[in-house]
Design a protein around this ligand. Structure first.
Ligand code: 5GP
Ligand code: 5GP
Length: 237
């Protein structure tokens, strides 16, 4: 075999590896319950646009590998650019508010999520498609409605079985979620903090989770606290 043919074969093999190698296997779509975030952080701050509605909000859409590891900060060139999502801003303010302090308009949180996670799936979803996919997934899951349908409503001091929460979400969406708990401000009771669902690589369909995340496990009974009485510890206006 002459040298140039050998080079061509090697080049084709490299191309094949690049073509079949996957950037990631699936996404975790993670939603947070704002009252639980505020209870734990104890110093949550409402967004500049005001107190969010009592609803689940998006934490992130995170590319993951099947072995439990995940890529992060994959492209330092194509960093967050807010001008690419101006048409989605009002939906993002409503469905992906930032409760961290100091108060913000959400850009910092969205920018962090895109830079850390979104850049790792950009051959599937560019920046605009990534945010739109997350917003559409939130609507599709409609978690609050799923829980309401099963009589599971936010209320302080009321406990629901973890199984009933998972069953209600499975009943409504077709998929069993992973529930991540934290402890309330008194540090005594487990409360529903985040809901993880798995999504295939194009970012539009839920799938059965290939692997459960390493999260904080929940006790068998958990609180689903109300957001109505929550007052942020620091409100920077
Ligand atoms: P925590 O330790 O609060 O669960 O996670 C901190 C951060 O690490 C998350 O917000 C997220 O950015 C990242 N992270 C934690 N677990 C996972 C995971 O299973 N997959 C991915 N892609 N990111 C994760
Ligand atoms: P992660 O790396 O955990 O995906 O992203 C969490 C980062 O976003 C942290 O630096 C956190 O302070 C910031 N952040 C801003 N707003 C929020 C919020 O409402 N919820 C969560 N979980 N993190 C937020």
């Amino acid at each position: 075999m002459n040298f140039s043919i050998l080079i061509q074969i090697l080049a084709l093999q490299c191309l094949a590896v690049v073509c079949v190698s996957r950037e990631f296997d699936f996404y975790y779509f993670v939603q947070q319950w704002p009252a639980s975030y505020c209870d734990t952080k104890r110093s949550c701050c409402y967004p500049k646009t005001g107190k969010p509605a009592e609803d689940f909000s998006i934490h992130g859409l995170w590319p993951n590998y099947r072995d439990g590891t995940y890529p992060a900060n994959c492209d330092s060139v194509n960093l967050f650019n807010d001008s690419k999502i101006t048409d989605l801003e009002s939906r993002l303010e409503k469905d992906w508010p930032s409760l961290a302090c100091p108060s913000s308009d959400g850009m910092r949180f969205w920018g962090h999520e895109w830079d850390k996670h979104g850049t790792c799936s950009e051959s599937f979803l560019d920046q605009h498609s990534y945010f739109k996919a997350a917003l559409d997934l939130k609507n599709k899951a409609n978690l609050l409605q799923a829980l309401n349908n099963a009589g599971i409503k936010p209320a302080d001091g009321k406990y629901y079985s973890l199984e009933s929460i998972k069953d209600a979400i499975k009943e409504a969406t077709g998929y069993t979620p992973y529930i991540d708990c934290n402890v309330d401000a008194s540090r005594k009771y487990h409360q529903l903090y985040q809901v993880y669902m798995c999504v295939e690589a194009s970012g539009s369909e839920f799938i059965n989770c290939p692997l459960l995340p390493h999260g904080r496990s929940c006790t068998s009974q958990v609180e689903f606290p109300s957001f109505s009485h929550i007052k942020p510890a620091h409100q920077e206006l």
